[in-house]
Design a protein around this ligand. Structure first.
Ligand SMILES: NC(=O)c1ccc[n+]([C@@H]2O[C@H](COP(=O)([O-])OP(=O)(O)OC[C@H]3O[C@@H](n4cnc5c(N)ncnc54)[C@H](OP(=O)(O)O)[C@@H]3O)[C@@H](O)[C@H]2O)c1
Length: 321
């Protein structure tokens, strides 16, 4: 399935799984605007009209279960898996392992369907997080940095799905491109609820508050995914991040300032935050991630619409509840 990258040309039809999610919906908009034909997989009827309004072709189905949705793969040139399994409640390590198993099941079903229905697929884009990398403190890292030997935070999911993707690449040539992002903000997902907590004085700093967070706007992730369909070689991996990793305390203070409220001062130890939101969320939020985004810019040609949180946060600030 490997072929030479083509620069700048829309690559036909793209199947987006998770088309109603934070990343998926931004991606559908990005692809439609740039002339792609988009087939979006959604689980519920409200997703159908949502996709039709965006100019995409909706397909109803559940990735965990083989079904008629697989027929929509027949004519597509590329697949993007923007799904995330969800479990209600605190994200403890054991629940993350359950989520990883659900993700593995969904990935297996999708890969089986691709082998049967789309054997000449050009690209398969998978998404994971920066937690996959072995990196801490103030040290900058990039795609050459080793992956974590012992998973923490969301790597409990990402690193458990990865072997399945690598095996498909090695055994039957899945044209895999892997993108890893930090905290993705936009008008849905974790960001609106986080802003609400800051506005209502319930915000806290997790751990020392001195860790670097890497944030990136969902619209910029969408651009990176589109460019990865056009300009990458199968087998490549990219960090997708904004230009300026920023210390937790600083970005939270900035967010409070644009909300017009006092910044949270209370520091909650990671173990205590884990009791409230689960260890996986607490570890992800308090871990230090300082990635370089050079490869994303030089090879993919991403031009960030929101290079820093100072550009992006005001744009996606939800109206007060
Ligand atoms: N958000 C972040 O900060 C972040 C950071 C790094 C990496 N990522 C990665 O980015 C990807 C997308 O994340 P996201 O934040 O956009 O997630 P999201 O907003 O929770 O969206 C996930 C989507 O997956 C769909 N889905 C879940 N189970 C499905 C199934 N069995 N069949 C079909 N669709 C299913 C959901 O459908 P419903 O709408 O029906 O529930 C939802 O639309 C994930 O791989 C995640 O690991 C996210």
């Amino acid at each position: 399935m490997d072929d030479i990258p083509t620069a700048g040309m829309p690559s036909g039809s793209v199947f987006v799984a998770g088309a109603r999610g934070l990343v998926g919906s931004a991606l559908v908009r990005e692809l439609v605007t740039n002339g792609f034909h988009v087939v979006g997989l959604v689980r519920h009827r409200d997703g159908v009209s949502f996709l039709e309004q965006l100019g995409a072709h909706p397909v109803l189905g559940d990735l965990a279960v083989p079904g008629d949705w697989e027929n929509a793969l027949t004519d597509v040139e590329s697949v993007v898996d923007a799904t995330q399994a969800r479990l209600a409640g605190r994200l403890t390590v054991s629940r993350a392992i359950q989520m990883a198993e659900a993700r593995r099941q969904m990935t297996r079903t999708l890969l089986d369907a691709i082998q049967r229905k789309a054997p000449s697929l050009r690209r398969y884009v998978a998404l994971s997080g920066l937690e996959d990398y072995e990196s801490t403190g103030d040290t900058w890292f990039d795609e050459s940095t080793p992956l974590a030997a012992r998973p923490k935070g969301f790597a409990h999911i990402g690193l458990r799905v990865l072997p399945l993707l690598r095996e498909a690449r090695e055994k039957w040539g899945l044209p895999l491109v892997l993108l890893r992002m930090g905290l993705i903000y936009g008008s849905s997902g974790w960001f609106p609820g986080f802003v609400e907590r800051i506005r209502t004085g319930k915000g806290v700093l997790v751990g020392s508050g001195r860790n670097y967070s890497s944030l990136v706007a969902a619209v910029d992730v969408a651009q990176a995914i589109r460019l990865s369909l056009e300009r990458t070689r199968p087998g490549s991996e990219y960090i997708v991040a904004d230009d300026e990793p920023v210390v937790q305390e600083e970005w939270v203070r900035y967010l409070a300032s644009i909300c017009g409220v006092a910044p949270p001062r209370r520091r909650v130890p990671v173990w205590l935050a884990s009791l409230a939101v689960g260890r996986v969320n607490a570890e992800t939020f308090s871990s230090s991630k300082r990635p370089r985004n050079r490869r994303m810019k030089e090879e993919l040609g991403v031009t960030l619409r929101h290079p820093t949180v100072r550009d992006g946060f005001p744009r996606f600030l939800p109206a007060p509840a």
